[in-house]
Design a protein around this ligand. Structure first.
Ligand SMILES: NC(=O)c1ccc[n+]([C@@H]2O[C@H](COP(=O)([O-])OP(=O)(O)OC[C@H]3O[C@@H](n4cnc5c(N)ncnc54)[C@H](OP(=O)(O)O)[C@@H]3O)[C@@H](O)[C@H]2O)c1
Length: 289
């Protein structure tokens, strides 16, 4: 039998990630705040579900989290029936939520007081990467703990890298989001320009995606963007959270992020259009108003 694992948070990302662990022979206990989702998960995969975080982690050697934001993680870890109330010594918590680096450091201290380890491990690759088991995972924490969780993470990842001490995974993810923000805006502007210039935008992408303009966003998002379909993928609300972390951190380390700040304000406008849960490629919707 594989290691005993708890997976908390069966959202767009967590649901398939937990599924990959089950498929690879781990004994998985899932927890989701909305229980019907956990019921659906155990109907689809081999495993159990628990009604509270503390009972979910009771026997777990590794505890995976994939929640929304800092506040959600704090609740699930620190609340009355949270993880700290049920965790056994020597267990390791791996947090796949994208959070602030400061939260990662605080959690590592709280877990260490209970003789447990912590790895911050935000992911990149989107819903498709989670479904295909092809995520990229950026980790922060002690090498000793990383060595104990790396092979489990590999069940849903094509790349797993320890970046440095606790918080380094989150800092790396901030770089990832900074790089994406301006790029998606550029793609939205390009597609909008193509259409307004009377070009066949599909044909344009067919040509330019073979050259220097090519990107993951272009390959994976241009069709849905041109169709105006944004009900999928990585939610604008989560992108704004992530850009907020990057802008905060830049305030501390002195980086200049003018484009990131501008694109963040564009996402605020997308939210005003009703796009809180739309995919981040919905920057194009703002240009069409
Ligand atoms: N989606 C992507 O493409 C993508 C890509 C890379 C990174 N991420 C990051 O991965 C994380 C998860 O994203 P997602 O798209 O999977 O989000 P999601 O679909 O909104 O799922 C969030 C999950 O967290 C649970 N949750 C939220 N607040 C909670 C609380 N206070 N207590 C207990 N459970 C709570 C939700 O439970 P309920 O079902 O009860 O709401 C749900 O299971 C986020 O930090 C996001 O930034 C997402």
């Amino acid at each position: 039998m594989g290691k005993s694992i708890a997976f908390l948070g069966l959202g767009v990302m967590g649901y398939p990630m937990a599924g990959w662990l089950s498929r690879n022979g781990y004994q998985v206990t899932v927890y989701n705040r909305t229980t019907s989702v956990a019921e659906r998960w155990i109907a689809e995969y081999s495993g159990k579900y628990a009604l509270t975080p503390d009972t979910a982690v009771h026997n777990a050697e590794i505890i995976f989290l994939c929640l929304g934001n800092d506040k959600d993680v704090e609740e699930v870890v620190l609340a009355e029936h949270g993880i700290l109330a049920g965790i056994k010594p020597n267990a390791i918590v791996v947090d796949h939520t994208t959070t602030s680096a400061s939260l990662a450091k605080r959690l590592a201290v709280a877990l260490s007081a209970q003789d447990c380890g912590f790895i911050d491990a935000p992911v990149s690759g989107g819903q498709q990467g989670a479904l295909n088991g092809q995520l990229t995972v950026m980790c922060g924490g002690q090498l000793e703990y990383f060595g104990q969780v790396e092979s489990a993470i590999t069940c849903f990842a094509k790349a797993v890298q320890l970046m440095g001490p606790v918080g380094s995974g989150q800092l790396c993810k901030m770089v990832n989001q900074i790089c994406i923000a301006g790029l998606v805006q550029g793609l939205a502007e390009g597609l909008n320009f193509a259409e307004r210039a009377g070009l066949d935008a599909h044909q344009v992408v067919d040509v330019i995606s073979k050259g220097a303009a090519q990107s993951w966003q272009m390959e994976n998002r241009f069709e849905t963007m041109l169709a105006g379909d944004y009900e999928h993928g990585f939610a604008v609300q989560w992108m704004r959270k992530d850009l907020g972390f990057a802008l905060d951190e830049a305030g501390h380390n002195g980086s200049s992020l003018p484009v990131t700040r501008l694109v963040d304000s564009y996402y605020a406008e997308v939210q005003e259009l009703g796009g809180n849960r739309w995919d981040t490629s919905s920057l194009l919707a703002r240009l069409k108003v």
